[in-house]
Every structure is written in structure tokens, then in C-alpha cells.
Ligand binder design. Structure first.
Ligand code: MG
Length: 283
């Protein structure tokens, strides 16, 4: 039987909290009940917390302004996004100065530029010579034509024997969009391209995107870097990203059951079993 935990117990037990955004602090309707009071309380106490989100479509400043519109006073430096993982990744892989094709809104391209790369326009002839393809978000209005561009880029480079590097900051496949409603997100777009390349080039190694956000360790490493402690709890609503990622990284996982995924409790696989349940943002 899973143990329930309260906000005050979390503050006593841990030296810092990692909070997922969508389904924990906000949803499509706005801030979730009690989220504003809890954020105000954390700010007032100076308790260390970071929003840890797979978003790669908004810079921390943009996200902070959006949270503020919803009544959540979360400074940009308390927001760790999957998009911001591009900077250490590009540094580690010698991709500063690289040229990239990016799918996503302007902030996705801004993340790539922050990482030291040049972003080429999809209409530019240079797109065929890029070093990397980054799928930042599912948002582009011309979704299918852009995906076709990306597929053609990947295929033409495989034909030429010089595969393009594939990078996916946000590995989420879907997002819950309200009661009974779901949407595809960037991770599913990567699967399309991976499956198509595997079918067309069965003799080649699998063309896989490098995945950076939850449940992979890079975003948790970034959080530990900021927090300077591993005595952290990840509060999330998604078993496959928040809970699996925190458990694999070795920090505690708290499943928020008040967001969009109340039915998640039916899943009892050990590697997605949370340490605690949080049933409400009540102080
Ligand atoms: Mg979530």
C-alpha cells in the first residue's frame, strides 16, 4: 500500500523539491488548486525548489512569465527545462558552432542558439548540410510539411553516407489534454522518423534520437547541480517520465494524484512505483 505524504512532510524530509509543471502545477485550464499557495510558501520560506519540465518550446523567461500570468511566482532561475539541456549536450559533443535544423516554435530555436549552434531556415539550401536535426516541439503550424522536410533530410543524408545527428530534448510521447483527451508530442515525432529510417535502411544501425529530458538522467543531473544535494524528491504526475526517471536516477519519487492522471495508480510495475502519493497541494 502506497504511503501518502503531505506538503509539510515533504518540506521536512527533503532538502529540495523538483516539481513537474503540467499536471502538477498547471493544466490547460490554469494553475491547479493550491499550487499558488504552495509556491508562495516555498518562496517565502526560501525553501529550495525547481520546476523540472520536459518543455523545449519555451525559454525559462517565457515559462516564468506564463506561470506569472497563472498566478505562480516562479523565477526563471528556478525552471529547469529539457531545452536547456542542449547547452551542456552541445558542449560535451563538440557541437558548438554546428549548424542545426530545428522543428518547434522560436524558443526551441533560441535554445539551440544558446547552445552555441547556428539555426538554418528550412527554406535555406543549407538545410541539406546541417550537422544536427533538433525536434523541440510539436507546435509548428505546418506540422506535416515540416515533418516531411525532416524525413527527407534524414533520408538524403543516409543515402549520402553522412547521417545527420538526431536530438530530442523532450522525449514525451503524449500529453494529457483534459478529461479523456490526449495529444501527441515531440517524442512521437521522433518515433515516426526512427521507424521510417529503420524500414528504409534495415542494413544500417538504428538511427536513434538522443533523448535528453525525463526519464533520462541529464535533467536530474542538472537539478542536482543546482540543488547541491541529492536529498530531493521529484513530484510528478507521469509514471513513465517523472516517476521512472527519478527512481532510475536514485532520488525519491512522489506521484501527484490530483492532476490529469488519476488512473495512473493502476500501474504497479516496480520501476514506476512512487515512494509516496501526494493527494493535494494543501499546506
Ligand atoms: Mg506532467
Amino acid at each position: 500500500m502506497l504511503q501518502e505524504v503531505t506538503v509539510s512532510e515533504l518540506l521536512e524530509r527533503y532538502d529540495g523539491l523538483l516539481l513537474d509543471a503540467y499536471g502538477v502545477l498547471i493544466d490547460a485550464q490554469g494553475a491547479l488548486p493550491g499550487a499558488r499557495e504552495v509556491i508562495d510558501h516555498l518562496n517565502g520560506r526560501g525553501f529550495p525548489y525547481w520546476v523540472v519540465t520536459n518543455d523545449a518550446s519555451r525559454l525559462p523567461d517565457t515559462a516564468s512569465a506564463r506561470y506569472a500570468d497563472l498566478g505562480l511566482r516562479i523565477p526563471a532561475d528556478r525552471i529547469i527545462t529539457a531545452g536547456s539541456l542542449l547547452t551542456p549536450y552541445f558542449a560535451r559533443c563538440g557541437l558548438r558552432g554546428a549548424t542545426c535544423a530545428v522543428i518547434g516554435p522560436p524558443d526551441s530555436a533560441a535554445y539551440v542558439r544558446q547552445a552555441g549552434a547556428t539555426v538554418v531556415d528550412w527554406t535555406d539550401a543549407a538545410v541539406s548540410r546541417v550537422d544536427a536535426l533538433v525536434i523541440g516541439d510539436e507546435e509548428p503550424v505546418d506540422f506535416l510539411p515540416r515533418m516531411n522536410d525532416a524525413l527527407s533530410l534524414v533520408f538524403s543524408r543516409l543515402d549520402a553516407g553522412s547521417p545527420v545527428r538526431l536530438i530530442l530534448p523532450n522525449p514525451d510521447l503524449i500529453y494529457p489534454a483534459g478529461r479523456g483527451r490526449f495529444g501527441f508530442t515531440a517524442g512521437s515525432m521522433a518515433l515516426w522518423i526512427e521507424a521510417a529510417a529503420a524500414q528504409r535502411y534495415p542494413e544500417l544501425p538504428i538511427q536513434a534520437f538522443v533523448r535528453l529530458g525525463k526519464p533520462y538522467p541529464a535533467i536530474f543531473e542538472a537539478a542536482v547541480d543546482r540543488a547541491q544535494t541529492r536529498n530531493l524528491a521529484m513530484v510528478g504526475d507521469q509514471l513513465e517520465t517523472d516517476i521512472r526517471g527519478a527512481r532510475a536516477f536514485g532520488i525519491d519519487a512522489v506521484l501527484a494524484t490530483f492532476g490529469l492522471t488519476r488512473d495512473a495508480l493502476d500501474v504497479t510495475a516496480p520501476d514506476v512505483m512512487p515512494d509516496f502519493l501526494l493527494r493535494a497541494w494543501a499546506l
